[in-house]
Write a protein of this length. Structure first.
Ligand code: MN
Length: 409
């Protein structure tokens, strides 16, 4: 049986691998995402939670228990409530869940405290995904940490993410298939949106076509807020208003990605607004494209993100010297000021573990040039699988050569 495109046995293997790597005499607890039932935003399960379970319901906890004699993974979740059932639908039967998801045990939420008082006195370490001090997003974990360390002061609190990150970093065949599907849907959305590019039209119409293309082709969500930035907006890295009139003879930068079965894609393309690139836009576009191809060539196991960033700066500087924008390499910071790559997976900026590329990494390659005085921002971003042999461009199906893009019109 598959859940969100991943065999149920793979979820179990992930849990087993996590338990193997955990220290002895430990409990790890991962809470599900909070659901406000306000319908203000769609419910999306927490990425770590979905990674180890495939289980999408809220009011749930994953508990991993390890001592020298026993290892267990337990799902704790709320039972069906007949009144809530009328509003939000039926929650699954716990014994069915145990059987279908291959948990060692599935317990009702009301038994959670009993379970903790049975397990926690006998262990030394409690592993939680704790937020940084200034980050309020992971409130549930903080509350849990406070409650449990007050009740069980002997516990060592350990960052769970250090054990989760190496597992999530390396993508399996099934995960790569989900990302590839997300990229295929993103392509359909981009091609649909490209047809809406017209001077005088508002950017949001382009966004509407993009999102129609996503949802119509089976993606429930954007993997992140889409950026549709025309004219000078293209020089703002994370412009998300998408509410300006598209100017003539300029560019429009897309940084977009659909989500499929919880996996993200992350693609940037920069199109001309009047069918053909202007001379300036064309030379800047070619500069970014040359750089992107050269950096992709260098993406292989063992390379570090730092080396790739340095190479990108060097190559972009060389291009910009040739075009007469700068004289010294250091001046490139005026036109390029972000990193070239990040891991992609269940989150669009997926968990980073080692700074070195490893086989099974899926990462972005996204150099850009942002020339405010010309009102031209260019970014070209592809999603890359790192294999033993080197980089495999997963998003090569989405046009990026100048002639292919101009032929879209
Ligand atoms: Mn990106």
């Amino acid at each position: 049986m598959k859940i969100y495109g991943i065999p149920v046995t793979e979820y179990k293997n992930r849990r087993d691998n996590l338990l193997k790597s955990m220290p002895d005499k430990s409990v790890m607890i991962l809470p599900s995402n909070y659901n406000s039932f306000s319908n203000l935003s769609p419910y999306r399960q927490d990425s770590n939670f979905i990674y180890f379970s495939g289980y999408e319901h809220d009011k749930s906890y994953l508990l991993f228990y390890k001592n020298s004699k026993q290892i267990m993974s337990i799902l704790i979740t709320e039972e069906n409530d007949p009144v809530m059932e009328l509003w939000v639908g039926k929650r699954p039967d716990l014994s069915e869940v145990k059987k279908n998801y291959l948990f060692d045990d599935v317990l009702p939420l009301k038994k959670f405290d009993d379970l903790l008082s049975r397990l926690l006195p006998g262990v030394e370490n409690l592993l939680l995904h704790l937020p940084h001090e200034d980050n309020n997003i992971l409130g549930a974990e903080r509350v849990l940490a406070k409650r449990l360390t007050e009740k069980y002061p002997h516990l060592n609190i350990i960052q769970a993410i250090d054990y989760i990150a190496p597992l999530r970093r390396k993508k399996s065949k099934n995960e790569i298939a989900q990302i590839t599907k997300a990229i295929e849907i993103t392509k359909k959305g981009i091609l649909k949106a490209a047809k809406e590019i017209n001077p005088g039209k508002n950017e949001y119409k382009v966004q509407a076509a993009l999102e129609f293309g996503f949802m119509y082709n089976g993606s429930k969500n954007n993997a992140f807020q889409p950026i549709i930035a025309s004219g000078v907006n293209s020089t703002t890295l994370h412009y998300e208003e998408n509410n300006s009139v598209i100017p003539e003879n300029s560019v429009i930068l897309f940084d977009v990605g659909s989500e499929y079965n919880y996996y993200a894609s992350d693609i940037s393309r920069t199109f001309p607004t009047s069918g053909k690139y202007t001379k300036k836009a064309k030379s800047l576009y070619q500069a970014v494209l040359n750089t992107q191809k050269a950096v992709i060539e260098e993406m292989k196991p063992g390379k570090t993100f730092r080396e790739l960033n340095a190479l990108t700066r060097k190559l972009l500087a060389k291009e910009m010297k040739k075009l007469g924008y700068i004289k010294e390499e250091s001046e490139i910071s005026k036109y390029y000021y972000h990193s070239v790559s990040h891991p992609i997976g269940l989150d669009v900026h997926d968990i980073m573990s080692s700074p070195k590329l490893v086989e099974g990494d899926v990462i972005s390659c996204e150099p850009g040039l942002y020339v405010k005085e010309d009102k031209i921002g260019i970014r070209i971003e592809d999603d890359i699988l790192i294999t033993k042999k080197g980089a495999k461009v997963l998003s090569g199906i989405i046009p990026k050569e100048i002639k292919d893009i101009e032929n879209l019109y």
